[in-house]
Design a protein around this ligand. Structure first.
Ligand SMILES: NC(=O)C1=CN([C@@H]2O[C@H](COP(=O)(O)OP(=O)(O)OC[C@H]3O[C@@H](n4cnc5c(N)ncnc54)[C@H](O)[C@@H]3O)[C@@H](O)[C@H]2O)[C@@H](O)CC1
Ligand SMILES: [K+]
Length: 466
């Protein structure tokens, strides 16, 4: 697991460290880390600095100083000369660094425009310099123009090939594209309590993924119920049921109007036309392709009243938004995972806004549910305040029917007994991995994503386990 800390928490921790270390030592340590990575990634020996008005610029200038000492030709543009970090600039100049008006003929650019204090897009003068860069960029702490706490971008911003950050990761490193992120230790760890956000790593997902043991049978691994699909949208039922079948070795019961289609594609699923005949399950997936009429509402009520965890997706979310009384069917102890995309979130809660983490937390709190807010960076918030982030490296999973697959995965992990936040987090990770594996560089339909689930699970599981 990789923890991420918000800038307010980082500053508080830094202040505690700064109180007991010599002035400037933290910045020099950070800058030495930047210089080390710059030497490693730079193809040549000419490096340019973009230097802003604060300590981020100070880091860049001190990195320039260390690079000069290694014989690198370093030039720097000062975006606000009177406010450039005085000691850093003096050291840089003394070591033979050149101050220039524009960066030309450099092999690497170090972005020290703005870091933790950055808000909003790049200012016009900084944007002008960034627009004319033709070398790869190493961002100091975070790519300038990206909000360090939310990853939001609203205009010109630096596109970094590498980001070197200090002490701990910040939300932007999981929420937005920062290139290859490197972490330099500046002694912050003892001052940091638990993180604000967590990114699951492949090994976490592999360790949590349920696999049958010697005493397991089809019931002990959890039976997933799927209440999805309709005469108009049978495909959603086929995809959600398929995902649940492929995710674990537990049994899957399908209940609904697409029973014939589901049976034809998945003979191993136990299919029935009506929710009342479905039999016992350990978790329900409700909503994909279900419709929003009175019959669908009754299905959702039955599912919420069943006393087992529920993954409510798509039409289930719309119904809960249209008719909040449906929540009354839910026993307060029944865990619910809601999986809205932005428009569904809007129907349910209101505008998502720039801060997707805050948005997911707001909804989790309001509905006492785990909320998985879909996006390129999917944010998953639990009502107890825990938050997971899962950023996709590609957008291949963004295709019709992809959400139906995700809800099937979540449902089967809920049925297997995983903590709902972990179930949603593991499902999200395997979902994007399956999309990447299936796509392999070309667009795919959701059924190809579905077919790649076993490969994605194999890829996350420890190699030593058969
Ligand atoms: N506090 C510490 O102990 C340490 C801080 N370090 C560095 O210090 C940075 C934070 O420094 P500061 O708090 O001085 O602030 P920054 O250097 O992040 O920002 C400086 C100034 O940039 C301007 N600015 C804000 N948004 C902008 C935008 N969108 N476009 C252009 N300019 C903008 C503002 O005038 C702001 O005050 C960290 O990101 C890190 O790089 C490191 O040296 C490690 C130790
Ligand atoms: K920066």
């Amino acid at each position: 697991m990789r923890g991420l800390w918000t800038t307010a928490r980082v500053r508080a921790a830094e202040d505690r460290v700064l109180a007991r270390v010599p002035a400037g030592s933290l910045m020099r340590r950070a800058a030495f880390g930047v210089a080390t990575v710059a030497l490693e990634v730079s193809a040549g020996r000419r490096i340019g600095l973009l230097v802003g008005a604060g300590n981020n610029g100070g880091d860049a200038l001190w990195a320039g100083y260390y690079l000069r000492r290694r014989g690198v030709a370093v030039s720097a543009v000062l975006l606000d000369p009177p406010r450039a970090h005085a000691e850093g600039l003096a050291a840089f100049r003394k070591a033979g660094g050149r101050v220039v008006d524009r960066l030309t003929d450099v092999d690497l650019v170090i972005d020290g425009i703005v870091g933790l204090s950055g808000r909003g897009p790049l200012r016009p003068d900084a944007a002008e310099h960034v627009a004319h860069l033709d070398a790869p960029v190493l961002a100091v702490d975070s790519p300038s123009g990206l909000d360090p706490d939310t990853g939001a971008v609203h205009g010109p911003a630096v596109h970094a090939a590498v980001t070197v950050t200090f002490g701990c990761l910040k939300p932007v490193h999981a929420l937005a594209d920062c290139g290859d992120v490197r972490l330099v230790d500046i002694g912050l760890t003892p001052e940091l309590a638990g993180p604000d956000l967590v990114e699951l790593e492949v090994s976490d997902v592999g360790a949590a993924w349920p696999v049958p043991g010697p005493t397991d049978d089809k019931y002990t691994q959890g039976v997933t119920g799927v209440a999805a699909g309709s005469a108009t949208y049978p495909g959603a039922a086929v995809l959600a049921t398929g995902a649940a079948l492929l995710a674990t070795s537990g049994m899957v019961r399908y209940a609904g109007a697409a029973a014939e289609d589901v049976r034809a594609r998945w003979p191993e699923a136990i299919c029935t036309g009506s929710i009342t005949d479905a039999g016992r399950v350990q978790a329900w997936v409700a909503g994909p392709g279900l419709g929003t009429g009175l019959g669908a509402e009754e299905v959702l009520r039955t599912v919420l009243d069943a006393g087992v965890p529920v993954c409510a997706d798509a039409d289930a979310i719309t119904m809960l938004a249209n008719n909040p009384d449906l929540w009354d069917a839910r026993d307060p102890d029944t865990p619910v995972v809601l999986t809205p995309h932005d428009r569904e979130y809007e129907r349910l809660v209101g505008e998502v806004g720039d801060d997707r983490v805050a948005a997911a937390k707001r909804a989790a709190d309001r509905f006492d549910a785990v909320v998985l807010l879909k996006g390129h960076a999917t944010v998953i918030a639990a009502p107890d305040g825990r938050v997971l982030v899962n950023r996709a490296r590609t957008s291949w999973a963004s295709t019709a029917g992809s959400g139906d697959v995700l809800s099937g995965l979540i449902g089967s992990l809920l049925a297997a007994g995983l903590d709902p936040l972990l179930a949603a987090g593991c499902a999200a990770k395997v979902h994007v991995l399956a999309a990447e594996l299936a796509a392999d560089g070309a667009p795919i339909p959701a059924s190809a994503l579905l077919n790649a689930i076993p490969d994605a699970i194999r890829a996350v599981r420890p190699l030593t386990v058969p």
